[in-house]
Design a protein around this ligand. Structure first.
Ligand code: FMN
Length: 183
């Protein structure tokens, strides 16, 4: 059974990125993929303190306890999906705080080799270039971790909760599940 960690990062109950994440989640479970879901907003983590005590006392992070269960699931997973909106042409801070803690894996010599990952994001502007900051950071970071990117679902022109329903975003997010089935 494949296992995917899904990390969401919108504070809105029915946010556009969250609705896409829900579609991915449902489609993945329907394909008997085990989905471990985390909400970066609820985790409300601080960023990395660069103490470099990662994995030294059994847990991934010596400072941020909340990261440790997520870290275990990520190490066990076949895939990682990050679903969050664009904030200020970049990654929302709650999601960025989670990503900063990926330093623990690198510091402890643990790569994501053999894992797959995908990005789901959206923004208000009609110009898709508004998502380039988020996408660049995601892509370079995942490549640095030797993680294979299977898709990037990036939907411009959505502002109000539910706007995503007028795009292909939810359909594409559901179809993404298949990409985690292939060996
Ligand atoms: C703090 C904040 C910053 C934002 N910055 C941008 C931005 O730089 N570019 C943009 O196109 N949209 C920006 N937006 C709009 C959101 O990306 C857009 O409303 C998106 O659909 C929200 O996703 P969600 O519904 O999943 O929360 C911003 C929204 C907020 C609240």
């Amino acid at each position: 059974m494949k296992k995917v960690v899904l990390i969401t990062g919108s504070p809105r109950k029915d946010g556009n990125s969250k609705l896409m994440a829900d579609c991915f989640d449902r489609a993945a479970r329907a394909r008997e993929i085990e989905v471990k879901r985390y909400d970066a907003v609820r985790l409300s983590m601080a960023g990395c303190y660069a103490c470099n005590d990662c994995f030294k006392n059994g847990s991934a992070c010596a400072v941020e306890e909340k990261f440790n269960e997520l870290a275990k699931d990520i190490m066990d997973a076949d895939g990682i999906v990050m679903a969050a909106p664009v904030y200020w042409y970049s990654i929302p801070s709650q999601m960025k705080a989670v990503m900063d803690h990926f330093h623990a894996f690198k510091a402890a010599g643990k790569s994501f080799t053999g894992k797959k990952c995908a990005l789901i994001t959206c923004c208000e502007e009609d110009d898709a270039n508004a998502m380039r900051g988020f996408e660049y950071s995601f892509r370079k970071s995942m490549e640095f971790m030797d993680c294979h990117i299977v898709d990037e679902i990036m939907v411009p022109g959505v502002k109000t909760e539910g706007d995503i329903e007028n795009t292909q975003g939810m359909e594409r997010a559901a179809a993404l599940a298949d990409k985690f089935l292939i060996a």
